[in-house]
Design a protein around this ligand. Sequence first.
Ligand SMILES: C[S@@+](CC[C@H](N)C(=O)[O-])C[C@H]1O[C@@H](n2cnc3c(N)ncnc32)[C@H](O)[C@@H]1O
Length: 413
Amino acid sequence: MSDNPQNNRYGAGSPASNGSLASRISSTLFHRRSTADANHVAQGSFSNRTTGTTTSGMPAASTSALSQRVQNNGNAIASVLRKTSTPNRAQFTPSSYPGITNLAIASQRAGYDSVAARNPDIQPTTQDRLQVQSRTVSDMQYRRFAQYIEEQSGIVLGDNKQYLVNSRLSALLLRFKVATIDELINRAMQPNIYKDISAAVIDAMTTNETLWFRDTYPYLALKNIILPELAKSGKTPVRIWSAACSSGQEPYSIAMIVQEQATNVVRIDPSQCQIIGTDISPEMLDRCRFAHYDNHALARGLSAERKAKFFKPTKDPNVMRIDDKIKQMVTFKQMNLLGSYSLLGRFDVIFCRNVLIYFSNEVKSQILNKFALCLNPGGYLILGSSESIQGLSDKYEMVRCNPGLAYRLKSAY
Ligand SMILES: C[S@@+](CC[C@H](N)C(=O)[O-])C[C@H]1O[C@@H](n2cnc3c(N)ncnc32)[C@H](O)[C@@H]1O
């Protein structure tokens, strides 16, 4: 399941290769599932997602009292967890930045997998231990679950990803007060009865690794070839879709590129450019809309110049927000790539990067052919650096952008 940016054709020099996120997880709200999370969620270590009980191990009522108190104080729950003097308890740490509360609450609602969930140092309380009986999926249940996840999201788990299921779903046991992962999976597979569990489990199985201007070349192609071509054609509005946008870095990077070329002689007027970000994960979409990023996220792929130009400080020195002129260029919508795209309209460019790698060839092919139906004539498709249409769709021709490449809808379509 690793979305490993180093396995790409742009090689080690690309921004994507600057270290794995997992190795640098820090104690902030903004980090979730990364490339190798399973590696550091040791068997038997405690994954305490929020809600039902809390990252502090406190009952929900105390947490809501805490949240209320924190809000009343004008403080917020940020940099959420740290170890305390009681070694087996994590706790919320208030920050001085009120806006973070929204994200914390949104994240709680969405079952945000906080740092505790990834931190083997944080141990369960005795009470937690009593509630949770098994964090290990049985082989039979794993096979049922793998099939279910593929049907629901397209994500292919493969044969030996029990560790991943254990690490991703452990955090949901306390939230939903379920004693074993096998039982959690039973409920998740009955979405009519357990809608919330089902949604949270699918969300938990997504990998959300992303960064600004990922791989550089797609953005150069957009800036140097695709946007000038669209500008010359005089077409308005220009419509760009970031399919599987994770926490927003991709669509916002696209918006920055559009802003940057706004001073060119032949240019797209940013107010005439519609960028739509979609993802299956409601939690990621909450983050996209909130559009606040901490220093760790800002350090990944963003130049100092762009940071100064397109971000505004917040009261928290560790967090910046996207400038409104960028933010208002992008709208977000929840969408499963396995579903219908007909309500989205037609696009001039589709970015669908680093998600097809999780799907079977059959599903990849279906998605690529559905994209073709919602591209304007001559529209472009841009895939991840390790993804290709070869053997999957005949509806596109490859365009070498030097550097990088894109796929253009063939004129017959
Ligand atoms: C690794 S991230 C890629 C983010 C961004 N495109 C990039 O390249 O940096 C993959 C994203 O695909 C989303 N995803 C997974 N399955 C999906 C599906 N069936 N429909 C829509 N989004 C999905 C996940 O929630 C996740 O945010």
